[in-house]
Every structure is written in C-alpha cells, then in structure tokens.
Design a protein around this ligand. Structure first.
Ligand code: AHR
Length: 355
C-alpha cells in the first residue's frame, strides 16, 4: 500500500505541476472524554490505546491518522463525530484519532507517530497556523499525503500538504459585522454609539485570525462602533464566562458581545445574567458556529445571531482520501457552505439541524 501511494502521489504532484492547483470554493463546553466515547462507538482507534495496531495489520482497510484539535466545543465534538462516521471500518477505513487537547506540540508528536506507523493518509485539524514545516517535511519524506481540515496552516511551501477543506473564517467575520449593522438599523439604533467586546478564540488559529480580521475590517467603516475590549477565551465555555466577567468589571457600557464561538457565548451569557444584565436585548450577542444549543439559546431570547461554521467534514475528507489513494487529482483548497442564523427564524431552523 505504501509503495503504491508514493507512486500515486508523484502522479498527483506531477499532474498538479502541469495543470496548476485550482482554488474552487464549492460551496455548553464539551467534555474532554467525548472524543474517546465517540471513538469506541464508531469502532475507531485512539493512538494511546492502539500502540501495536500498525498499518500492516489494517486488513485491507485504508489507514488514516487524524490529529484532532481537542474537544473544546460542541462544534469540535460534531466535527469528530462526522469524521468517525465517514471514515468507519464499514466504509473501508481504519481511523486512528489523536486528541491534542488544544496543544500543537501534541499534534506534532501524533503526526510523527502516524509516520512511524506508516499510515496511508494523515489528516490534521491544526490548533494554530504556524510551526508545521518540519513535521510536514517528515511526512513528505515518508511519502504520506497530508490533508488539512478545518483551520488552515501557514507554510511557505504549499506542496507540504496535499489539500485543505474548511471554512472561510474571514468571510464569517464580515458576515457577523454586516448582520450587526443591519440589526442596529432595524432597531432604530443605526446611528447610536455602540461599545463592543470581542471574545477571541485560540490565538493564532485560523478561526480566530479570520474572524477577527473580517469583523474588525468591516466594522471599521462605521465610526459609531468601537471595539473597547478584546481577550481570548480559547473557544471554551468556562473561559468565555471568565473573560466576560473581567470585561464587566472593566467596562460599564458594553452593548454588543462578539463571541468567536457558541460555547464562549454561552459562558458570556451566564456572566451577563449573573451581573443582572439582559443578554439578547440590553446586550446584543453575536456568535459563530450555529450549533444546536445556539438555536436553543436564540429561541430563549439570549443570543441574537450565530454565523455558521460547518463541522461536517467527514464525507468530504473520505472522498479526498479515496481520490488520493486512487492517484486522482484533488482540488487544493475547498470551502464548505455556510449560512447566517438569527433569532427570528431559530425555531424553524432548528428543525432537522444535524449538529
Ligand atoms: O476551527 C473551528 C472553531 O474551533 C470553532 O468555531 C470552534 O467552536 C472550535 O473550537
């Protein structure tokens, strides 16, 4: 399998050199053990538990090593579940998952582990954008193709990975700012002065970088909107609450919270309520992800909007793995489809929501 993949990879790279790589846009805190539980349920393996389960013993299955960020949010748990469902043994894959607990050094260790096991394909959901050159060079030297999912990486040589699938985070930030400006106009507050605090995600992650840039650049065109505070809550509910508490101590005139994910927003909402504020009206809550619990929060009147970040990458990744294994050309960059969900339609939108 290994020799075949090296040959197929060469064909893919050669094909890409001839045709060029296309860029075609197609389209409340989770428990840390969630990944482990889901792994058992989906008949997958965790690196720590399967030290002897090498690729050579995969029984004809395509072995995929997946370095996941962690289990910091509802979004992340849904993302892991999607990968497990698509890359199941029934579907022909042996999925080895490593939970990095939001630490890049654990991801690098996991990737080295996947290389030494000679997996067929490595999939990485990177904690942050920088710091990948060395380990990806090692994967390339070993002839193992790498698919990046969710967040992006920032490398000078883009042949270090085969392809990427994920969200347009900067556009999500733009959508959040546009929604806020429209909403304030509809409320007859378009010309009022607005004081915004931003709960940032993990610093250095594409989700934080893109959402920060998209929102800040767009809102800067409106002189009556001021970002008075910015702090990271690391995408978790507990830290979202902590950071919101510190904002409330520092500022007494906050009327907008931009939370870079739903779980931090849930924490911020708790902090606001504890301080006697009314989230959803007195303080407008703008969030990202649009997980099921966010729709419930909007229906309850606590959250105003959530800009979707689609976590259902599993089927797309499985398709990419198949193509790579067959030596087919794959698109270098693929965006997933996303929408904006506001409170006024949350009840209907929640029906049939997958995550
Ligand atoms: O990279 C996607 C982001 O990571 C999601 O918005 C957040 O919930 C997760 O932790």
């Amino acid at each position: 399998m290994k020799k075949a993949i090296i040959i197929l990879l060469c064909v893919t790279v050669a094909g890409r050199m001839l045709t060029g790589c296309s860029s075609n846009p197609t389209s409340t805190e989770a428990p840390a053990e969630a990944i482990e539980d889901a792994a058992d349920a989906a008949n997958t393996a965790n690196v720590a538990d399967t030290a002897d389960a090498a690729n050579t013993d995969a029984g004809g299955l395509v072995t995929v090593g997946f370095s996941q960020v962690g289990a910091e949010s509802d979004w992340r748990v849904a993302n892991t579940a999607s990968m497990k469902e698509a890359l199941s043994e029934e579907n022909g894959y042996k999925l080895i998952i490593d939970d990095a607990q939001q630490e890049q050094k654990k991801q690098i260790k996991a990737v080295r582990d996947f290389i030494s096991r000679e997996v067929d394909v490595i999939v990485i959901a990177p904690v942050k954008e920088t710091g990948w050159e060395t380990v990806l060079g090692e994967a390339r030297d070993a002839g193992i193709p790498v698919i990046i999912v969710d967040r992006m990486i920032n490398v000078s040589d883009d042949t270090l990975y085969t392809c990427w699938v994920g969200s347009d985070f900067e556009n999500e930030g733009v959508e959040a700012a546009r929604w806020l400006v429209n909403y304030m106009e509809e409320q007859g507050k378009g010309d009022d002065k607005h004081n915004i605090v931003v709960l940032r995600g993990t610093i250095g992650s594409s989700a934080e970088i893109g959402r920060t840039k998209g929102f800040s650049d767009t809102i800067a065109a409106y002189g009556n909107y001021e970002i008075v505070g910015r702090q990271t809550g690391d995408f978790t509910q507990a830290k979202g609450r902590e950071v919101m508490e510190s904002f409330l101590e520092e500022f007494d005139n906050i009327d907008v919270v931009i939370s870079q994910n739903d779980n931090m927003a849930f924490g911020a909402i708790d902090a606001l309520k504890a301080a006697g504020k009314v989230p959803g009206s007195e303080v407008v809550i703008v969030s990202f992800d649009a997980v099921k619990a966010a729709f419930k929060s909007m229906i309850a009147g606590d959250m105003n909007v959530s800009v979707e970040c689609n976590p259902l990458h599993g089927p797309r990744v499985a398709e990419l793995v198949d193509k790579i294994m067959n030596g087919e050309e794959v698109e270098k960059i693929q965006y997933v489809e996303e929408s904006v969900y506001a409170a006024d339609t949350a009840k209907e939108d929640l029906l049939g929501r997958q995550y």
